[in-house]
Ligand binder design. Sequence first.
Ligand code: BG6
Length: 313
Amino acid sequence: MNIDTLNSEFGIEGAARFSEDRGGLTLLSLRTGGATAEVYLYGAHVRSYQPVAGRPVLWMSRASRFVGPSCDASGDGSFGKPIRGGIPVCFPWFGVHPTDRNLPNHGFVRLKMWNVASVERTESGALTAKLSTASDSETLRLWPHEFEASLLLTLSNDLAVSLEIRNAGASPFTMTEALHAYFAVSDIRMVTLHGLDGAEYVDKLFESDRRLRQRGAVRFTAETDRPYLDMPDACTIEDAGWGRTIRIEKSGSRSTVVWNPWIAKARRMEDFGDDEWTGMLCVETANALTDAVSLDPGAAHTMGMKVGVDHDG
Ligand code: BG6
């Protein structure tokens, strides 16, 4: 669907508008009385969220690629490149594929075009946008299961994002997944992450299944890459540099993944600026590793996160 058709079918005057953005990607921009948000149809990838009176809440790398799917005559090459920042949607596996490292990291729905199912204004003045995608011949080559996925955004002052996955096939499947949110921070070394006290985590910097236990709040002094498991609770990012507190509530999620690449890994990633590691923190609403979810034919699972700013400056 082209931009004009999308706007005439789903646009809402002064509140919801489609436009063409970098790399020709279609962007839906939403505006309520309390906040703005943007989402690409490519990957159902939330690009930004910002309360009207505050700073941007999500981080986006200036080195990110914006390359959507391009089909050649054979139909091959219909996946694009990952976007670095915002909220990538990871499914049907989180991280490296468990048995084949050549398959795309974090699954393939972040590399695929999604469709617009609806854009609506609720009675309370919030905006909702629902995007959807499903298995096709390309995804079945990488993962032999039929599925339907939808991402529902609800923007009021806060931003809620929920991912529903339905098993549309005839046999059960097991999945891992994440809403891989990148938060903007003043300086990671001034940030304290609350809400994970007592939780068990795997330290991905060591090739081991050993579980460690979090004691107190998380502070950052080095590369950090940790799925916290069996942990359904909310987190808050306390940013002493900006005097800001970001609240992240979640539902249907038993894992919280905490990631900052620090200096050396940032240098190794070509779509991440060498000095940008200071300004971001990933706190990901997930079901990863032993928190994997199994779905019988016809069954569905919904995982959601709700982000808001309690205090800014
Ligand atoms: C995190 C993983 O969720 O995502 C890290 O725990 C990974 O190991 C990071 O490096 C970024 O992944 P990607 O595929 O977007 O570079």
